[in-house]
Design a binder for this molecule. Structure first.
Ligand SMILES: [Zn+2]
Length: 284
């Protein structure tokens, strides 16, 4: 199964990021290109992301890595907030698998630089280092690295049914897996159990990891799990969950197929909730 925002062909060459000469050589490579972005949105060239020559720029260029031996950069431009991803779902759908993974890395990196221009320790302006994979404070020496925020997203399971819920802001009819940020001092399993109890009032008996994906809005790591729960009675946190349904495999299969008779619709295939539902139908 192809998971959204994964499969990038980028060679990240982390081992050379600390070498300014290696960075300079790649920047001087006549084949080097930078990713085309429309604000933070992707720009496609057919089924591929669009790239352009580095040209002259006063902005920093972060080295994403190499694809097919060609150095790939992204320009660190300050931008307005990106559009909601649903605005460019069609474009993502048209991309070959793996292209969205490269986009995810670039988008999260550009966005992180734009939001971390000052040192979190002393407030002084920071500068890019490590070929674009960090920022350093010239005043106190603190180093700051692009962050990934872990989020658990899970299906509660009981007697051949799984629980899907919807938030008021979702498109009409859409139900998804429940989700929440992992908190400090918490394991993945503990976060799954806590979120299921807080949002739906169900107690997890065991938690199984299924798959993960980056979610670059702005920089989450979605950790997909399925949790067996001890009972089906729900107590919804109505601030978070407007409604929830227990659904069996035939119902999920119909929803995944886009059957208009299905009692709910599923998130797009780029979302790991889609992957989780599809894997559960297949017996995960
Ligand atoms: Zn500092």
């Amino acid at each position: 199964m192809k998971i959204g925002f994964t499969g990038s062909p980028l060679e990240r060459i982390d081992i050379e990021r600390d070498d300014p000469a290696a960075y300079a050589a790649r920047r001087a490579d006549p084949r080097a290109v930078k990713l085309c972005l429309d604000g933070l949105d992707p720009v496609a060239d057919g089924a591929r992301l669009a790239w352009e020559p580095l040209g002259e720029t006063a902005n920093d260029l972060a080295l994403l890595g190499e694809i097919d031996g060609v150095p790939r950069f992204v320009e660190l431009v300050r931008h307005a907030d990106g559009r909601p991803y649903r605005a460019f779902l069609g474009l993502l759908d048209a991309l070959a698998h793996g292209e969205s993974g490269t986009y995810a890395a670039a988008r999260s990196l550009v966005d992180w630089h734009a939001r971390h221009r000052f040192c979190a320790k002393c407030g002084t302006a920071t500068e890019m280092f490590r070929s674009g994979w960090g920022r350093r404070c010239g005043a106190c020496g603190a180093e700051h690295y692009p962050r990934t925020d872990p989020v658990v997203i899970m299906l509660a399971e009981h007697s051949g049914h799984v629980l899907v819920g919807r938030q008021a802001r979702f498109p009409a009819g859409l139900y998804s897996a429940l989700a929440g940020f992992v908190e400090v001092g918490e394991s993945i399993e503990e976060a799954v159990a806590r979120e299921l109890f807080e949002e739906a009032g169900v107690r997890a008996i065991d938690v199984r990891y299924v798959a993960s994906q980056p979610w670059p809005f702005p920089s989450q790591l979605m950790i997909g799990c399925i949790a067996r729960v001890e009972a089906v009675e729900l107590c919804l946190d109505e601030h978070e969950i407007e409604a929830a349904l227990w659904v069996d495999r035939d119902t999920v299969r119909a929803a995944l197929a886009g059957d208009p008779a299905a009692p709910f619709s599923v998130p797009p295939r780029y979302a790991i909730a889609h992957t989780l539902l599809a894997q559960w139908v297949e017996g995960a």
